[in-house]
Design a protein around this ligand. Structure first.
Ligand SMILES: [Ca+2]
Ligand SMILES: [Ca+2]
Length: 87
């Protein structure tokens, strides 16, 4: 079972921002962030990444390690990162 509790500990306005952002990156709205969608997200940061770096990042977001990153997983990991930076 994937633990999706971190987002509940993030203040509501921040949480909404995270959720909005992640949903925006699910370009085809299938609930999964694919490699090409990740590539898009990461190139939007203005830095260029190799495919290997993108795969490494995807692994960090793949909480249950099943090889795909769901929108829920991406929201959870973003929430964890926010909590780590702000607690
Ligand atoms: Ca998608
Ligand atoms: Ca997964």
């Amino acid at each position: 079972m994937t633990d999706l509790s971190s987002i509940k500990r993030v203040p509501a306005d921040i949480a909404n921002g995270i959720i909005e952002n992640i949903k925006k990156y699910d370009l085809n709205k299938d609930g999964i962030l694919s490699f090409s969608e990740f590539k898009q997200i990461m190139s939007d940061t203005g830095t260029s990444y190799t495919d290997e770096q993108i795969l490494q990042t995807m692994k960090k977001f793949d909480i249950d390690n099943n090889g795909e990153v769901t929108v829920a997983e991406a929201i959870e990991v973003s929430a964890q990162q926010w909590l780590e930076a702000n607690e």
